[in-house]
Design a protein around this ligand. Sequence first.
Ligand code: ADP
Ligand code: MG
Length: 732
Amino acid sequence: MKAERPRTDYAPTAAAALNFRESLSALRTSVRFLKGVGPARAAQLEAFGLRTIEDLLYHLPFRYEDRRSVVKVRDARVGDEATFIGKLIALGKHFNPRRRQRMLTAMLDDDTGRLGLVWYRAPSYLVDGLAQGQTLVIHGKVEAGPGGHKQMAHPDFEVVDPGDPPDHEKILPVYERPEGIPLKTMRKWLAEAVEAYGAHVPAFLPPAVMKKTGLLDARAALARLHRPEKGDDVEALNRCASAAHRAVVFDEFFYLQLGLALRRQNRTDRSGIAFAREKKSLTQKMWEMLPFRLTRAQEKVLQEIALDMAAPRPMQRLLQGDVGSGKTIVGWFAALRAIENGFQAVWMAPTELLAEQHYRNLKDFAAKLAVPIALLTGSMPAKTRKEIIDEVKHGRVSFVIGTHSVIQENVRVPRLGLGIIDEQHRFGVMQRMALQKLAACRGSAADSLPEPDILLMSATPIPRSLAMVLYGDLEISWLNELPPGRTPVETRLIRSSARARAYDLVCDEVRKGRQAYVVYPLVEASEKLEVRDATSMAAELSQGAFKDCRVGLIHGRMSAAERDETMRRFKEGEVQVLVATTVIEVGIDVSNASVMLIEHAERFGLSQLHQLRGRVGRGEHRSYCVMIYYGGNSTEALERLRVMERERDGFKIAEADLRLRGPGEMIGTRQSGLADFRIANLARDSGLLLEAREEALAWLENDPRLALPESRAMKAVLKHRWAGRLELGNIG
Ligand code: ADP
Ligand code: MG
């Protein structure tokens, strides 16, 4: 794409740079002080989420209209979207009392022909604003009207003030706006905002970066997006891919990455434990005891962790790996490294079931290595728990596994060297809270030892771009390889009408000695939703389709003890078909299970489906995932689910999930604060994100505390935009 030249009237001036503080506060001006916006309109804008001038300036057009080529009515063709200019020669208002609606018809004449205009529901501002004799610019789709006349329904239009040149030679911005506010008014306000406040938009990226990337100045870019020039590429504008868009997106990413890097820096400035770099006896012995060969990815990741643990600063590393990529053994090696250096390690799992599973899997290794380990759960007898807590407190247990809540409660681990947070799928705040709690585990010993290291392990892979935003202040290790010998799970999407086939498959597999999961989105029947639920279906299936099988039920409303009991029976093969909700989504490992049947697949996210599918195909048996789909022919929903049939790589599925649903729905809106960009889009702009991150890191390398004079404005902008969300209280 050819670079667009910045407009000189918005180039940053020395004066603007000096007054950056005033500029930033000018941007916080309430919209009510904008010319033409009174208190009532301001309230409407505020309710729409546009509170300040800055909100308004960053409220970019969601579409652009190309009005550069006006067509003569004579040449108009039905079906075309086109722009006309002409005089209003007739106007008719009709009231439909039955529908309580006003309809408006009009006739436009441009000397070559006449075009009918119709508004089936005409708001009063429209009815009152139009008059015969006005000159209008009209834009919309030409239809065949009654009697073979051409007409246009609900066109966009602009009344051309007498004496004013008509707007028809322009690319016009189209804005989302509060109901009842005409597009034209919105355009006027935005133009006014750019005119009066545009010069306050901060544009303080390092000059070298601007030069290297060839980006437009953010201030000029923003103005340009609201007032495109005649020669601009409408198609690029509409794809949000214009040079101006890229500049604003880069700017947005740069500051977030700068903030995250700064936060990371705050941590790496603190002192941590420098564990020995070379293997000692435990890790060495474990290495020799391994029942399999580590994958190359596992080896690489272990190396990264070892180096990080050896460094004299607190490690905070996220291990991103696909379902089944073998994160557990990696975590175990890290724990052994802490233990062989004389520290304790803690492993926090999201559920008791998982805590127990890890305990069972690791305790034989631990016994052989003579490492004292313990399991701590909420459901164990109080007396036992107390004893274990006591052992841990006195350092007689080196490795504790438990649920997040149990470990946070009252456990003291005085020589805590490493905390492992497994199946980390709650983002942001939760993560930081867990970290604080972990630090508190040391109790009164906290002050005498350097901060512990932390290893977070993901439950489900997320795209790199999202990880760079949500976890941009952590180190990330990527485990992007599955151990060999896994056969892909055969995945089929079927309609609910074909359910019988899926039931047959389950019965066939059970007859062969295998087991199956049947997953529902709800625990119990709901009055509001017509959706199948686990509880009633378990009852129905055990009497009907699966009457020859032993059916069990598991869901999140059962007590932990009941759940564990059912799970144990499933693991031992006593239960053959496990009817469940997504409580089994995370981490459960029963290698004899060969069918995953998911009802109402349309109600799950792709990453969640991938997690569920990961519960089968864990043994040597050929496995199946059948997703039952409800609903009409909404191709969008179907298209989304088809990704599961094609794709096995969890990272690619996550990319698709991000593209199709956006970060808010993918990870939960409440957790996506950092991924809430004004303009940038993580799926679309991931290339720019990488560039911006590199540049931000490079800048900090050069000026780690943003103390240089040339960083002052940048620091102010960073605080202005991100201080709240990044908890950057202490950047000065
Ligand atoms: P996840 O990354 O989903 O937590 P796990 O750590 O539970 O995966 O590993 C899944 C299964 O793969 C386990 O049964 C584990 O023993 C096995 N496994 C892990 N690493 C390897 C390897 N390098 N070769 C073969 N099997 C492995
Ligand atoms: Mg795991």
